[in-house]
Design a binder for this molecule. Structure first.
Ligand SMILES: Nc1ncnc2c1ncn2[C@@H]1O[C@H](COP(=O)(O)OP(=O)(O)OP(=O)(O)O)[C@@H](O)[C@H]1O
Ligand SMILES: O=c1ccn([C@@H]2O[C@H](COP(=O)(O)O)[C@@H](O)[C@H]2O)c(=O)[nH]1
Ligand SMILES: [Mg+2]
Length: 223
């Protein structure tokens, strides 16, 4: 948790100070539409989208020494150890010259959340210069895409992206992991007034309309 002084210093985008990044965690069940809506947010609001799942899949493809372990965990719908995922997120955030990030599909359990809260990052600013400042990152808010399982399953089974975990057996496991491990993370942030819950069962454009209503006021000038 940030201190009271941190909270007082936060601007509307959740930055703690000039060079600190604004992070929004994008959470929701498998197939709830996180990736789809993140693409829209990137286009309209200039965020960088980091999907933890995409980073892990890229790590498998890269032939990294962790590749086999990650692949096994994904096939089983299990959560990859925090240090692996956080290292990938940290590397991506530090390499990208932006200060606004959508972190999609992470933190996935309480262990992920606590481990990320402890991490200090030295961020680049918009000009890709390393500021040298070591910063703890607190999410500005959490976007939660709420969708019934039946609809999420329907979407995943018609996604056709060749994902090894998009099959009925693994989908069941992913739903259980979401209920048992990821919902407690959302509840944690809910208790702190940080969750923006969206009905994600509607068509893409309608969901994005609700997303815009959350992001747009944060870009209006305070007079
Ligand atoms: N609101 C929507 N209505 C209907 N289909 C949708 C909607 N949003 C996304 N989809 C479709 O559902 C599928 C899953 O969406 P997406 O990949 O964005 O979900 P996700 O939450 O990122 O899933 P995962 O957690 O598995 O990565 C995609 O084929 C996408 O085109
Ligand atoms: O923080 C994370 C994110 C993802 N995983 C693993 O990857 C798959 C797929 O994730 P998507 O968000 O659906 O792309 C997920 O089921 C986990 O096995 C993870 O371990 N940690
Ligand atoms: Mg996704």
């Amino acid at each position: 948790m940030g201190t009271v002084v941190d909270a007082a210093n936060q601007d509307l985008n959740g930055r703690l100070a000039e060079n600190n990044p604004s992070v929004v965690f994008v959470l929701g069940g498998p197939g709830s539409g996180k990736g789809t809506q993140c693409a829209n947010i990137v286009e309209h609001f200039g965020y960088t989208h980091l999907s933890a799942g995409d980073l892990l899949r890229a790590e498998i493809k890269s032939g990294s020494e962790n590749g086999t372990m990650i692949q096994e965990m994904i096939r089983e719908g299990k959560i990859v150890p925090s240090e692996v995922t956080i290292k990938l997120l940290q590397k991506a955030m530090q390499a990208i010259g932006n200060d606004k990030f959508l972190i999609d599909g992470f933190p996935r359990n309480e262990e992920n959340r606590v481990a990320f809260e402890k991490v200090k990052m030295s961020m680049s600013n918009g000009l890709r210069l390393d500021t040298g400042l070591q910063t703890k990152i607190e999410p500005a808010f959490v976007l939660f895409f709420d969708c019934p399982e039946k609809e999420m399953e329907r979407r995943i089974l018609s996604r056709n992206q060749g994902r090894e975990d998009d099959n009925v057996e693994t989908i069941r496991k992913r739903f259980n992991v979401f209920l048992d491990s990821s919902l407690p993370v959302i509840r944690h942030y809910e208790a702190r007034g940080k969750v923006e819950k969206i009905d994600a069962a509607r068509p893409v454009a309608e969901v994005f309309q609700s997303v815009k209503e959350i992001f747009a006021p944060k870009y209006e000038k305070v007079v």
